[in-house]
Design a protein around this ligand. Structure first.
Ligand SMILES: Cc1cc2nc3c(=O)[nH]c(=O)nc-3n(C[C@H](O)[C@H](O)[C@H](O)COP(=O)(O)O)c2cc1C
Length: 250
């Protein structure tokens, strides 16, 4: 599966088959975590099964059972490290999706007493990402939960503030914003707005309203989706970190 397909296919997976990851798959994830930590300075950690075969207890009102593996997303506190945690955490999520695995970003609906994570001074366990094989058929309750949350989807046009309406913006920008719209965000808030002051000016990403504090993580996720699709559209570039940071085309 290529990374564009991974963006298309990824959903928040809230049920897992009761079987461990095969050793090769687990190792591939561990290698990606090591690369991310090396590149970012964050301290993501991967944990495998406990004695009962599962890795962590998820909140039963949201999840049908527990996964055989999870990533602990540990890093410093503050807008910029949280944005980076979003960017790199989503890189791990898309990598796992490409390996055929199900994942979910989880900030709150898990039992913290069952987490294993090394947390240094000034650091926090921001989110966990349960990882495992999705069942062939998602249980009805988990499907209903997702449909219910996604029913609150923002309109694509609300994620764009440019010199023309989104429908008249360059095709690559429309494709990038559509990829962001498909991505995960805490309680599906989709808080990021892409701004362009004039035709041809750099696109900037901003979060106009910070309510829960998870918006910076959401912004990092959004920036990664935008960047991946921009590259695919022949507009490779990199983001400046921070609110109002610009997408600098190479
Ligand atoms: C930072 C962050 C935190 C999240 N926390 C939770 C959570 O605690 N529990 C949960 O069930 N889903 C959580 N989600 C998943 C979102 O609800 C989900 O991404 C959103 O509703 C969009 O649905 P989708 O990912 O299936 O497309 C979180 C997502 C993000 C990005």
């Amino acid at each position: 599966m290529d990374i564009i397909e991974a963006i298309e296919k990824r959903i928040s997976c809230r049920a897992f088959e009761q079987r461990p990851l095969d050793a090769e798959t687990y190792q591939a994830l561990a290698d990606e975590v090591a690369r991310i930590n090396e590149e970012s300075g964050l301290r993501f950690q991967l944990y495998g099964p406990r004695e009962d075969g599962t890795a962590i207890d998820m909140a039963p009102n949201m999840f049908a059972g527990n996964p055989p593996c999870y990533a602990a997303l540990v890093g410093p506190v503050g807008p910029e490290p949280e944005e980076q945690l979003g960017y790199y955490g989503e890189r791990l999520v898309l990598f796992a999706t490409q390996l055929g695995l199900g994942t979910c970003w989880v900030a709150s609906t898990y039992d913290q007493a069952t987490t294993r994570a090394e947390i240094g001074e000034g650091e926090k366990l921001h989110d966990v990402v349960p990882i495992g094989y999705a069942p062939a058929k998602m249980p009805l309750r988990q499907r209903t939960i997702r449909t219910g949350i996604r029913a609150r989807d923002k309109k694509l046009a609300a994620m764009w503030k440019g010199p023309t309406p989104l429908g008249d913006a360059p095709e690559w920008i429309q494709a990038c914003i559509s990829a962001v719209h498909k991505g995960p965000s805490a309680i599906n808030e989709q808080p990021v707005v892409f701004v362009q002051d004039a035709d041809g000016a750099p696109v900037r990403a901003t979060v106009p309203e910070v309510r829960r504090g998870l918006e910076y993580t959401d912004m990092g996720i959004a920036k990664l989706h935008f960047e991946i699709v921009a590259r695919e559209c022949g507009m490779p570039g990199t983001w400046e970190w921070g609110d109002d940071g610009a997408f600098v085309v190479d």
